[in-house]
Design a protein around this ligand. Structure first.
Ligand code: DSN
Length: 421
């Protein structure tokens, strides 16, 4: 086996092309970010060769002495970062983390209550096409279509009516602060277990710019790759009472061997998130989002809920333009976003009436408020000029100039023994 570039040039070239796409275009997908070179290095290691079913010190395979060190450090750092009693760093993704919580708490057919997918929730919060909606009786709470915000009185009414075994709070397209204390009161009132899925806002929580759910919830799940800026993966936290059930639900409940190379990268990302610099980053993410939101509104665009408290905003395009058309136009302008349903959506999920925009990745590459306002102008320009190829090409040239001034990675990363050197 030679190096990747000579052994498998097709794959190598696709990786190099993706590297340049990330360097040269603006990433505004609210669930994406750029990991550090240290995180990349931890992931590309021999730890991928090791089976380690079980937990540190209690494995079903020999030879786990070194991966035990890695996983213990990752777990301890997660506990320190979030201030939780128990943590399991093995979930391969956020959806796996949620599936493990369902398994720990519910029997098949039990009622679970989560935020409606078309109102900003997530597939794994009980969508009928996801295992969470097929194995359990899933019911949902909406946002108020007029305000775009959760109405906790409505959530309470639905919880009292449905008497769920498990309540999920947390969202993937909701721009406002989530009131974990209010969810906790409702869960206590109806005798439900409470889980917060903070996949989107985990980095804001550890950075101190969104309230923490940890003291209010029995479980907290998250991905590690969004605002938390770690490798693609999942994490579950649990109160002392639920820690054992959490661990058994992950393995042997829903997973086999953990991905120790990814767990090593999670540990590195947690160390980064524990540094004071990370709080500065998290604050800047929100400041940039609010600057961008204000400018989009000044330019005549409508935002669900009228603005943002976090890293994302949802543009409601109304009748004039579909989410798909806006996503395509922005793509041609070098700006990557995703189409997204809006509350009260009338188009199909493949077309949608909205686009979701987030500032986590652009803030990582060093963009500040001045650039956020400029990016908002390009978004408004590109949506308005969506049928004008020349104007879109002109925006793309300006986007590329900005990206060249704020590189994500050293330009020689691919030849310096980095991701695919
Ligand atoms: N797909 C993720 C997002 O974009 O929000 C959630 O899993």
């Amino acid at each position: 086996m030679g190096p990747l570039s000579s052994f498998d040039p097709e794959i190598y070239e696709a990786i190099v092309a993706e590297f340049h796409r990330q360097q040269d275009e603006l990433e505004l997908i609210a669930s994406e970010n750029y990991v550090s070179v240290a995180v990349l290095q931890a992931m590309g290691t021999v730890l991928t060769n090791k089976y380690a079913e079980g937990l540190p010190g209690k494995r079903y395979y020999g030879g786990c002495v070194h991966v035990d060190v890695v996983e213990r450090i990752a777990r301890d750092r997660a506990k320190q970062l979030f201030g939780c009693d128990g943590a399991n760093v093995q979930p391969h993704s956020g959806a796996q983390a949620n599936a493990a919580v369902y398994l720990a708490v519910c029997k098949a057919g039990d009622t679970v209550l989560g935020q409606d997918l078309s109102h900003g929730g997530h597939l794994s919060h009980g969508s009928p096409v996801n295992s969470s909606g097929r194995l359990y009786r899933a019911v949902h709470y909406p946002v108020d279509v007029a305000t775009g915000r959760l109405d906790m009185n409505v959530v309470r009414e639905i919880a009292l009516r449905e008497r769920p075994r498990l309540i999920l709070c947390g969202a993937s397209a909701y721009a406002r602060v989530i009131d974990f204390a209010a969810f906790s009161e409702i869960a206590r009132e109806v005798g439900a277990v409470l889980c917060a899925d903070i996949a989107h806002i985990a980095g804001l929580v550890v950075g101190g710019v969104h309230p923490s759910p940890v003291t209010h919830c029995d479980f907290v799940t998250t991905t590690t790759h969004k605002t938390l800026r770690g490798p693609r993966g999942g994490l579950i936290m649990a109160s002392r009472d639920w820690a054992n059930a959490m661990n058994k639900a992950v393995f042997p409940g829903i997973q086999g061997g953990p991905l120790e190379h990814v767990i090593a990268a999670k540990a590195v990302a947690f160390k980064e998130a524990l540094s004071p610099d990370f709080a500065v980053y998290a604050r800047q993410v929100v400041t940039n989002a609010q600057a961008m939101a204000s400018r989009l509104i000044e330019r005549g665009l409508t935002l669900v809920s009228g603005g943002t408290d976090n890293h994302l905003m949802l543009i409601d395009l109304g009748e004039a333009c579909t989410g798909q058309d806006a996503e395509d136009a922005l793509g041609r302008a070098g700006i990557t976003v995703n189409k997204n349903t809006v509350p009260g959506e009338r188009r199909s999920p493949n077309v949608t009436s909205g686009v979701r925009v987030g500032t986590a990745a652009m803030t990582t590459r060093g963009l500040g408020v001045a650039e956020a306002v400029q990016v908002a102008d390009w978004i408004a320009d590109a949506i308005a000029a969506r049928d004008d190829a020349d104007r879109l090409a002109a925006v793309r040239r300006e986007v590329m100039e900005l990206c060249a001034r704020f590189p994500v990675y050293p330009s020689d990363l691919m030849s310096a023994g980095g991701a695919a050197g």
